[in-house]
Design a protein around this ligand. Structure first.
Ligand code: A2R
Length: 316
């Protein structure tokens, strides 16, 4: 099996590349933006997904069996500041990929379009567990673009018979994640306190929201299984199926740090219009692939705190 990961220099790409090459034994080719770097022993190509002719040339040359489309503007905050850029990368970029595949004769790769649990957005009253059939109601520009990506994928599968599978990934966490995401932010702050670099107060946003967290290594295993067993034109939630409050997450991180840590609300970290609770119904994913999350949350958080501590030592 030959896989191509588009947008492999981001947070998920490294984990997915490692899983495909070393756990599944697949030939694994990566793309990155020219200014980005990729660690490890992989064939890699520079690619900007806004340049359709470059996507077509690369596909003609690599001819992958499976394409994982990770390239994105993935920051919700930046999507508010620059919705046009977000739409260009996330929607136009995806159309460029779908059109490139469609225009190559006798070429029928499986395409995994990686979207987000954010697509569900505001939920009907009393609903927190969302299946793929729950109506989507995006609450920010990033989510709107990912919803559009999902619709284009579904359309191309139905209308052109292309083998496209859509994913809605819920919060995935692991070492190496940028501190703009809540778990990585708290782990970094805890590591700084542990190292004596700051007062023992973690600054937080809204603590009452409940979210569905999964280790990124479990998430990429789901992507590998969906590439093999995901059904053409279908959307799959990828998450743990459980939710925990950000407050509970914070207390786990504090306990794992082994330090006496207090917390304080920081208005700059409060997000407007938060959705109180969301968790993924993963029955469809489990039925079609047999996937189950395996890594306990506390193992992931411990690894993240240790990694953040090591990074502080390296930056010394
Ligand atoms: O924005 P950068 O410089 O971090 O680069 C990102 C890259 N990217 C692009 N690649 C090709 N052509 C473009 N025009 C373009 N613009 C941005 O895609 C980054 O290296 C990669 C996406 O990685 P992350 O932002 O770290 O996302 P992550 O966490 O790996 O998530 C993978 C996928 C994304 O589609 C998310 O929206 C979804 O999973 O949840």
């Amino acid at each position: 099996m030959k896989a191509l990961i588009i947008g492999a220099a981001g947070f998920v790409g490294g984990y997915l590349a490692h899983h495909l090459k070393y756990d599944l034994g697949w030939e694994t080719v990566l793309t990155k933006l020219p200014a980005e770097n990729i660690d490890g022993d992989y064939e890699s190509h520079d690619l900007d997904i806004l340049r359709q002719e470059d996507i077509s040339a690369l596909l003609e040359c690599v001819k992958p069996d499976v394409i994982f489309h990770l390239a994105a503007q993935s920051s919700v905050a930046l999507s508010w500041k620059n919705p046009r850029l977000t739409a260009m990368i996330n929607v136009e970029g995806c159309i460029n990929l779908l059109e490139s595949v469609r225009n190559i004769k006798d070429f029928q790769p499986k395409i995994l379009l990686i979207g987000s649990g954010e697509e569900y957005g505001y939920l009907p009253n009393g609903v927190s567990l969302v299946s793929e059939n729950t109506p989507i109601n995006p609450g920010n520009p990033y989510a709107a673009t990912k919803a559009a990506q999902n619709m284009f994928g579904t359309l191309y599968a139905r209308s052109y018979g292309m083998d496209v599978v859509m994913v809605r990934a819920f919060n995935h966490i692991g070492k190496g994640q940028l501190p703009q995401f809540v778990a990585a932010d708290f782990c970094k702050q805890a590591a700084e306190i542990k190292a004596g670099l700051r007062e023992n107060i973690i600054r937080t946003g809204n603590l009452s929201a409940k979210r569905d967290f999964t280790d990124v290594k479990d998430v990429v295993r789901a992507y590998g299984l969906l590439a093999q067993h995901g059904k053409n034109g279908e959307t799959y939630n990828v998450g743990s199926g459980k939710s925990i409050s950000i407050e509970e997450l914070l207390h786990k991180i504090i306990a794992l740090s082994g330090c006496d840590i207090f917390h304080e609300t920081d208005p700059a970290r409060m997000r407007p219009s938060d959705i109180p609770e969301i968790r993924a119904d993963i029955a469809k994913l489990q039925k079609d692939t047999g996937w189950m999350p395996e890594i306990p949350l506390s193992d992931t958080l411990r690894e993240m705190i240790d990694h953040a501590g090591k990074e502080l030592e390296c930056n010394d």
